[in-house]
Design a protein around this ligand. Structure first.
Ligand SMILES: NC(=O)c1ccc[n+]([C@@H]2O[C@H](COP(=O)([O-])OP(=O)(O)OC[C@H]3O[C@@H](n4cnc5c(N)ncnc54)[C@H](O)[C@@H]3O)[C@@H](O)[C@H]2O)c1
Length: 286
């Protein structure tokens, strides 16, 4: 993938930790909002609060970009927008194809946030012949028969998969064979790709499960506080048993929250995506 190695030291693009890269879009979003309000400079504390990150982490992250701010003044908003955009490769146009134009694919196609961040939806592709030629978000859907020529004609390197899980691996293989080297996968399945191909996976049901985990922990903490405030009169074993039933209810809570809020994601999908990670971002490596 073109990342401008000619004008940047290779060590910089390689030396940025993945966790920092994952936070750069958060900084960029906060900085873009400041830029739109014509705010010229921002302190690390203000920017960290706006991005939801701690300020020491932010300063460390920006040191990887070679950006240290000015003491007493802060960071130059416009310059930082440019620096982060360049680091993320957003100073160039990225044509993207979306494959699978059902509920989710159509919603993604209609999302204005891609274009405003440099991702141009070059084509919408679906296997259903009845969809061919139908406009979605102002773009005529094309049949999968044309997938290879669409990729090469538009120089597409990023593909979005929004097909049912069962079709995703085959779609992925066709995309990769046609020249796509980065895939954003919404289908609830793990994709196998050759070396050199990056896959990121989005799973909202996992996010809901993480929220459910925090909800039950908060409930547990509140119960423990109540028990502590109740004081010496209550016997210790009774207090302990008051917290435990909530914790035991966690799996059911997570399942219910997921099923209710993400109707398209079947319960089998949720099981497929449960992993050992304690804190999985909305977009994660596949
Ligand atoms: N990651 C998430 O948070 C999240 C949320 C919602 C849905 N999903 C997943 O996204 C996918 C799509 O969901 P949906 O509700 O839009 O489904 P949908 O049934 O509405 O749409 C799927 C589309 O894919 C097309 N399709 C099927 N096989 C294809 C193939 N081989 N090549 C190209 N197109 C093909 C179908 O014709 C259909 O238009 C599902 O896998 C679902 O589980 C993920």
């Amino acid at each position: 993938m073109a990342t401008g190695r000619t004008h940047r030291p290779a060590t910089r693009s390689r030396g940025i930790p993945e966790a920092t890269v994952a936070r750069l879009p958060l900084y960029l979003r906060a900085l873009t909002a400041l830029s739109e309000r014509s705010v010229p400079t921002v302190s690390s504390e203000e920017l960290a609060a706006a991005a939801g990150v701690n300020s020491a982490k932010l300063r460390k992250d920006f040191s990887y970009l070679g950006s240290y701010g000015t003491r007493g003044v802060g960071y130059d908003v416009e310059y930082l927008v440019y620096q982060i955009s360049r680091e993320l490769g957003l100073t160039q146009d990225w044509p993207v194809v979306i494959v699978g134009i059902g509920n989710l694919g159509a919603a993604l196609a209609n999302y204005g946030g891609f274009a405003s961040r440099g991702f141009r939806v070059a084509a919408l592709i679906d296997a259903d012949p009845a969809m061919a030629g139908k406009p979605v978000a102002g773009i005529a859907v094309q049949h999968t028969d044309e997938l290879e020529s669409i990729i090469s004609d538009n120089g597409v390197s990023i593909g979005v998969i929004a097909t049912p899980a069962g079709a995703a691996q085959q779609v992925c293989e066709r995309l990769v064979a046609a020249g796509v080297t980065s895939i954003l996968n919404f289908a609830p399945t793990v994709l196998s790709v050759p070396d050199g191909v990056d896959v990121r996976k989005v799973d909202l049901s996992i996010e809901l499960q993480i929220l459910a985990f925090h909800e039950q922990r908060k409930a547990g903490e509140e119960a423990a506080q109540d028990a502590a405030q109740a004081g010496a009169t209550a016997p210790a074993p009774a207090r302990a048993s008051r917290v435990l039933p909530d914790a035991a209810a966690t799996p059911a809570t997570a399942g219910a929250a997921t099923g209710a809020a993400t109707a398209p994601v079947a319960s089998a999908d949720v099981r497929d995506n449960q992993g050992p990670d304690g804190d999985v971002p909305a977009v994660m490596p596949a």
